[in-house]
Design a protein around this ligand. Structure first.
Ligand code: AMP
Length: 396
C-alpha cells in the first residue's frame, strides 16, 4: 500500500509518499512559508527537484498542492489519489495519553488538543495538518505517530523532577522525551544489525542532529532519555542550551533586562554550539572553523562531545551495563571526528574504536568498534518517515 507521511510545522510541511511493501520513497518534498507566501518542493524518485512558488494561505492549500503534484500527468508518482491508501502524521506531544501510535478519530484529536499547552508551537500545527488532510481525503484512514510515545515506558524515578509533586499532579510536569520515533527505529535496527535479541539487550541511542537526544533502551523499552518536558533539556544542541543551572535564567534576566520570553528565546535559539562558537549551529561550519584555528568553534565541539559522553556514562549506570551504542541523525551518521571524540572518554567500558571503519562510515550502517571491543558501537541511519509508514501500516 502507499502511505503519505506528513510532518507538519507551523509554517512548513514535509511529506513523503512511501510504497510500504518495497519501502521505496515514491516522491518527497516540502511546503515552506505557509501563511506567508508559499513554496512547494517536489521530487519524484529518480527525477530532479522541482520548486514552485505559489500562494499557500493555509495548510489546506499546501496539502492540495502536494496532492496535485503527486498526480501530475508528467511528473506525478501516482495516477490518482485513490492510490494513497493511508496517511501517517507525525505528532509531537502525546503527553501521558499516548504510549503508542493510534488511528486518528475525533476523540484522538480532542485528546491531542489537551496536550497543546505542553507543545504550544508544534501540536496545534500537527492538528491543522490532520484537519487539512481529512478535508481533502475524507475516506483515507489516518494514523498519529507521537514523538513522545516510545519514552512512555520510563519509570517514575526517571521521569519525575525534584519539584513539588503537585506540579506533576496538577500540570503533568515531568520528563517526556522526544525523537521517540527515531530512538524506537534505531534501537530496533541496532539489535537487528548486530543479531542480538532486542528483548534481552541494553542499547544506548545517541540521536545527534540539530536537535540532539540520547536514550537508554533496556530489553526493548526506553528507561531514560535526555530531553524533558520540552526538547530544551539534555545535550548541548545546535541552538539549544541543554542542561543548565536553572538559576542562570534569573541571573541573565536581571543582567540583560529580559523577561521570561526573552530568556527562553536565548536558551532555545541563541545558545548551544551556535551561541558558544558565534559561528554556526551546523557542525560542517564548526568543523571548518576549527580547522581554520577558531578556538571557540573547537571549544563548542568539545563541550558537545563531553556532554554526550557523560550522558552515555550515566545510562550505562541506569542499565547496569550496555551491549551496544548507536550513533544516528545528521551528526551521528556523518561526522566521524565527533564519534571519535565521544568514544575517547569511554575506554573504561572496554570500547575500542576501529578508526579506519569510523573514518569511512557516512550515512550507512557500520560497526565502528573493533571485533574485540566489549561494547559494540554502530552507526545506524535513522528514518523517521519510514518508521511512521510502518506504524501506519501496522494500524490500518
Ligand atoms: P539533522 O538535524 O539530523 O538533520 O542534523 C543536522 C546536523 O547534521 C548539522 O549540524 C549538520 O552539520 C550535520 N550533518 C548533516 N549532514 C552532514 C554531512 N553530510 N556531513 C557532516 N555533517 C552533516
Amino acid at each position: 500500500m502507499n502511505v503519505l507521511v506528513i510532518n507538519c510545522g507551523s509554517s512548513s510541511l514535509k511529506y513523503q509518499l512511501i510504497d510500504s511493501e518495497s519501502e521505496e520513497v515514491l516522491a518527497k518534498g516540502l511546503c515552506e512559508r505557509i501563511g506567508i507566501d508559499g513554496r512547494l518542493t517536489y521530487q519524484k524518485a529518480g527525477l530532479d527537484k522541482e520548486i514552485t512558488d505559489a500562494a499557500m494561505p493555509t495548510h489546506k492549500e499546501a496539502i492540495q498542492m502536494v496532492l496535485d503534484a503527486l498526480v501530475n500527468e508528467k511528473t506525478g508518482a501516482i495516477k490518482s489519489l485513490s492510490e494513497i491508501n493511508a496517511v501517517g502524521h507525525r505528532v509531537v506531544h502525546g503527553g501521558e495519553k499516548f504510549a503508542s501510535s493510534v488511528v486518528i478519530t475525533e476523540d484522538v484529536i480532542k485528546t491531542v488538543e489537551e496536550c497543546n499547552d505542553l507543545a504550544p508551537l508544534h501540536n496545534p500545527a500537527n492538528i491543522i495538518g490532520i484537519r487539512a488532510c481529512q478535508a481533502l481525503m475524507p475516506n483515507v484512514p489516518m494514523v498519529g505517530v507521537f514523538d513522545t510515545a516510545f519514552h512512555q515506558t520510563m519509570p517514575a524515578k526517571a521521569y519525575l523532577y525534584g519539584l513539588p509533586y503537585e506540579y506533576y499532579d496538577k500540570y503533568k510536569v515531568r520528563r517526556y522525551g522526544f525523537h521517540g520515533t527515531s530512538h524506537d527505529f534505531v534501537s530496533k535496527a541496532t539489535a537487528e544489525y548486530l543479531g542480538i535479541d532486542y528483548n534481552n539487550s541494553k542499547i544506548i541511542v545517541a540521536h545527534l542532529g540539530n536537535g540532539a537526544s540520547i536514550s537508554a533502551v533496556l530489553n526493548g523499552k526506553c528507561v531514560d532519555t535526555s530531553m524533558g518536558l520540552t526538547p530544551l533539556e539534555g545535550l548541548v544542541m545546535g541552538t539549544r542550551c541543554g542542561d543548565i543551572d536553572p538559576s542562570i535564567m534569573e541571573f541573565i534576566a536581571k543582567k540583560e533586562n529580559l523577561d521570561i520570553d526573552g530568556v527562553m528565546e536565548v536558551l532555545n535559539k541563541k545558545s548551544g554550539v551556535f551561541g558558544m562558537s558565534g559561528v554556526s549551529s551546523d557542525f560542517r561550519d564548526l568543523t571548518a572553523a576549527r580547522e581554520d584555528g577558531n578556538e571557540k568553534a573547537a571549544m563548542a565541539i568539545d563541550v558537545f562531545c563531553y556532554r554526550v559522553a557523560k550522558y552515555i556514562g550515566s545510562y550505562v549506570a541506569a542499565m547496569n551495563g550496555v551491549d551496544a551504542i548507536a550513533f544516528t541523525a545528521g551528526i551521528g551518521e556523518n561526522t566521524q571526528h565527533i564519534r571519535e571524540n565521544v568514544l575517547s572518554y569511554l575506554g573504561y567500558l572496554g570500547i575500542n574504536l576501529d578508526k579506519e571503519v569510523n573514518d569511512s562510515a557516512r550515512g550507512v550502517e557500520a560497526t565502528i568498534s573493533t571485533p574485540d571491543s566489549k561494547v559494540k558501537v554502530v552507526v545506524i541511519p535513522t528514518n523517521e518517515e519510514l518508521a511512521i509508514c510502518r506504524e501506519t501500516v501496522r494500524l490500518v
